[in-house]
Design a protein around this ligand. Structure first.
Ligand code: HEC
Length: 158
């Protein structure tokens, strides 16, 4: 009787280990890509909401987060990025869209460095806080989101 118990316990322990190892092996290579995409999804929703609400500061923050995460796509999908021409193209295309949107929203050229100019730009920012000054945000959001979907159409997330 005790023999059976020992065998059962040993089996359960071994099974538990085997199960863990397999689950771990399957899950681990997938964790980073999913993490990057999950975060992109999270920030896309926030960008969408902020764009519609005209919350320009949040729009900017969320766009910066997405820009940083876009740069992580190549790290998260190294094989696809290297070997799949289309994947590479869509990842870069999202990067280009973000670059042009970010450039379109960049504050006045940073060549103006004198304190006097700093004052001017601070003054120029003040009215922006009162009335939303990012009328392009919704259209720009759509461009970004479309670039996500261009890739998803081919490399379906589901
Ligand atoms: C170059 C291709 C590519 C681009 C660009 C891309 N994705 Fe993805 N996305 C994928 C792939 C591939 C998956 C499937 C990931 C997996 O499960 O391994 C995915 C999955 C997802 C998921 C589901 C994550 C999960 O597992 O639940 C979300 C959400 C997502 N992407 C959001 C975005 C958003 C938002 C953008 C744009 C800002 C974007 N993606 C841009 C390729 C891309």
């Amino acid at each position: 009787m005790i023999k059976y118990v020992i065998v059962l316990v040993a089996g359960a322990i071994a099974g538990g280990f085997a199960g863990n190892t397999i689950a771990h092996r399957l899950a681990e290579p997938h964790q980073h890509p999913r993490a990057v995409m999950t975060l992109l999804g999270f920030h896309r929703e926030r960008l969408d909401a902020a764009s519609q609400a005209g919350q320009c500061a949040t729009v900017e923050t969320e766009r910066a987060r997405i820009t940083s995460l876009q740069q992580e796509i190549a790290l998260a999908f190294p094989k696809a990025y290297k070997e799949e021409a289309d994947f590479h193209k869509y990842a870069d295309a999202l990067g280009s869209v973000l670059q042009s949107v970010n450039a379109a929203n960049a504050p006045a050229p940073a060549t103006a460095m004198a304190p006097a100019n700093a004052m001017i730009s601070a003054a120029a920012m003040a009215p922006a806080a009162a009335a939303p000054s990012c009328p392009e945000a919704a259209a720009q959001f759509k461009k970004i989101s479309d670039a996500c979907e261009d890739c998803h159409k081919v490399y379906d997330p589901e």
